[in-house]
Design a protein around this ligand. Structure first.
Ligand code: ADP
Ligand code: MG
Length: 684
């Protein structure tokens, strides 16, 4: 059997199962082999019945003392069997599997595995798995550590176990060793075949550990190599954007404040990139409110004052419009024409913006993803800035390049990440960090309360709005019952309208049309609306300095980074600001999150804590960073392996960047296989 064969060549995979497996991304025999368990169950121990206690899982070998009985109670069909092994007795109970009544032979040995409980003082085992016990045959499901796979409806552990065993038996030999021997040797890794075999059916704890280490290394190593290659290929690209005028004092003058030393340092790094003959691909990370926009504008000015165009891409319409308003106000003073391009605009407005972009009269172009769509033609695009996007995709860059442009790319993010992860999450980018906030910022007082505080909370809002301030109230939406959530948000707004009758209260949510959203945002910006009830559409980037209270309802529904982002919407002016997290959740994890929010406002600290709190199996939102899903690595827990990966990858890359040496041939192929496939999967 070949690794590239379709899974239907395996026994027991009919059309239905094939479809189900396809849905989980499993198409070939190799995919099946790389469908890794999410957990394991240690069934290597057989326990005498005398030693079995209620409330836990046990494996044991026993005989039936008698024929099973079938009891029918309304809808329920119970099959019971008395099991004995000479040391003791217990009862097995199966629900709604009446056929089991005739599946056993009295006097024969069976192996069972299941969870025990106590009913009326009697020990029982609930719906145990079972099979005929054969001491001479190694079983897939007992007497060993067995894998537990991620399932989808209609597939069972037993089926998957069987199919994967089959794939191992017939195709393991085909699994290729793609790591150069030098690396395997240096780190003392198990070989790849051993790793694949033992990740599914580990011979021992130690074998599992060795297998997993090797596979995690492989997964991260391939990714890291790919990212280094991308970075290398971008680095080497010449841009041909020539800068004669390097005086940026005019833009600094109109900003109305001095750049902080942190901003100035980052700006210098950007300048050096722009002045070098190679294309810039830089990430600027800085906490909310650290002043990333000012840095980006100074960088933009440097290109614009030399006659080029710069595009600023924001993730949402609201944010794009807001950027447009504040940036055009500044750039007007410098005689720089700024245009807005986004989906909600009238055709006439769009056409006119596109015309200006094409002719080159528009120098600063602000919008959403619409900016890099095919129908937008630039005269002289020299830089693309993406704000609050985690990434500017490789594919997007390729798209621009296909139009003959190799603009500089500047990515800004307020979700800082620990240094070790930086190299993998942003492996193709150079990183600059704005490491402190502008002076004079006040600490935002943060409180976590439960819903019984609502009355006091409203009184507090009343007081602050009475003094001329404004307030955000966030009602979260979750996807599963978006409709109900939306209804809840709208109804809550009505309730608040009567509570705050002397103020203007409005609701903003993602289902609104672009111009409705815009009208509400401008209303809030101009203080015509004092209390803005919103779903999370305002999470990123919004800047209304007069808003000083952020209330988050059902705060337990948000992750730490999201809460930090939300809190960052206040404390933007000179007035004292507050963040109030409302939650009745008793969940210890969400309580911990609230505690962290109340104790620190440092984004880096929060993102570290965020990683620590994420459980196993939560692969740290890799998608959001534009990376492929991890099959086995956990980017937080596997940091020790990640460090080895980075050392090995950098060494390999420096020695053989194009992977043309014979010992790297397979590695090169594997990288191509994986990433081509991933890009296809993402529909790129
Ligand atoms: P973020 O990094 O979150 O995008 P912004 O760029 O929106 O932050 O800046 C937040 C606020 O801080 C804005 O109102 C901006 O005008 C102000 N600001 C930025 N840099 C400085 C500075 N050096 N001194 C004073 N205020 C600044
Ligand atoms: Mg910003």
């Amino acid at each position: 059997m070949l690794l590239t064969d379709d899974i239907s060549t395996l026994k027991n995979i009919g059309e239905q199962r094939r479809e189900k497996l396809n849905k989980m991304g499993v198409y070939t025999v190799l995919d099946m082999l790389e469908y890794f368990p999410r957990d394991y169950e240690d069934r290597s121990v057989l326990t005498p019945i005398a030693d079995i206690t209620p409330g836990s899982s046990f494996g044991f070998v026993a005989r039936l003392a008698d024929k099973p009985t079938l009891t029918v109670k309304g809808k329920f069909k119970l099959v019971r069997a008395k099991l004995t092994d000479g040391t003791g007795q217990l009862e097995a109970v199966w629900f709604n599997q009446p056929y089991l009544k005739n599946s056993f032979q009295v006097g024969k040995d069976y192996w069972f595995f299941g969870k025990t409980s106590e009913k009326y003082g009697l020990l029982q085992v609930d719906s145990p798995e079972w099979e005929v016990y054969d001491p001479y045959k190694k079983s897939l499901s007992n007497g060993r550590i067995i894998p537990v796979y991620p399932l989808t409806q209609g597939l069972t552990q037993k089926v998957l176990r069987g199919v994967i065993k089959q794939a191992l038996d017939t195709a393991l030999d085909e699994v290729e060793e793609f790591l150069p021997a030098e690396i395997t040797k240096k780190y003392g890794f198990a070989d790849r075949k051993y790793a694949v075999a033992n990740i599914h059916f580990p011979e021992s704890d130690n074998a599992f550990f060795k297998a997993r280490t090797r596979l995690v290394f492989d997964e991260l190593f391939l990714l890291q190599m790919r990212l280094l290659q991308l970075k290398g290929s971008i680095k080497k690209k010449q841009h041909g954007i020539s800068i004669k005028n390097t005086d940026i004092s005019p833009v600094l003058d109109v900003l109305g404040f001095e750049l902080t030393s942190a901003q100035a340092k980052v700006l210098d790094e950007i300048k050096a990139d722009i002045l070098s003959p190679y294309v810039m691909n830089r990430l600027v990370q800085g906490d909310v409110g650290s002043g990333k926009t000012a840095v980006a504008l100074a960088a933009a000015y440097m290109l614009i004052s030399n006659g080029y165009q710069v595009a600023l891409m924001a993730p949402t319409d609201v944010l794009a419009s807001q950027h447009f308003e504040s940036i055009s106000r500044l750039f007007d003073k410098l005689g720089i024409k700024t245009v807005l391009l986004k989906s909600g605009m009238k055709k006439r407005e769009k056409d006119s913006a596109c015309e200006d972009i094409k002719l080159g009269t528009a120098k600063m172009i602000i919008g959403t993803h619409a900016l890099i769509q095919d129908n937008v033609e630039y005269k002289d695009l020299a830089m693309v800035i993406t704000d609050e996007q985690h990434r500017f995709g490789v594919e997007q860059r390729r798209k621009l390049e296909s139009k003959g442009k190799t603009p500089h790319v500047l990515v800004m993010t307020a979700t800082p990440i620990p240094r070790t992860l930086g190299l993998i999450l942003y492996g193709d980018l150079d990183i600059s960090t704005i490491d402190h906030l502008p002076p004079g910022r006040q600490k935002i007082d943060t409180f976590a309360v439960n819903t019984s505080y609502h009355a006091r909370l409203y009184a507090f809002i009343q007081k602050l709005c009475g003094e001329g301030r404004q307030c955000y109230i966030i009602c979260p939406m979750i996807e599963e019952n978006e409709k109900n959530d939306l209804k809840a948000a709208v109804e809550y707004t009505d309730e608040l309208k009567s509570v705050f009758s002397q103020f203007e209260v409005a609701c903003l949510h993602g289902k609104m049309k672009a111009d409705e959203k815009q009208a509400i945002m401008s209303g809030f910006y101009d203080n015509k609306i004092q209390i803005l009830v919103s779903t999370t559409v305002i999470e990123v980037g919004v800047n209304v300095p007069n808003a000083t209270i952020m209330v988050v309802e059902n705060a337990e529904r948000f992750g730490l980074s999201a809460l930090h982002q939300l809190r960052g919407r206040v404390g933007r002016g000179s007035e004292k600001s507050y963040c109030i997290l409302v939650s009745d959740s008793k969940n210890s994890l969400s309580k911990e999150r609230m505690k962290i929010m109340c104790s620190t406002d440092n984004g880096f600290e929060i993102s570290e804590k965020d990683l620590q709190l994420r459980g196993p199996g939560d692969f740290f939102g890799t998608r959001q960073h534009g990376l492929p899903d991890m099959k086995i690595a956990n980017l937080y827990k596997d940091i020790p392996i990640l460090k080895q990966v980075q050392q090995a990858a950098v060494e390999s890359y420096q020695k053989d960047p194009m992977l043309i040496l014979p010992e790297n041939r397979r590695l090169k192929q594997k990288i191509l296989d994986i990433f081509d496939k991933n890009e296809k999967k993402l529909g790129l």
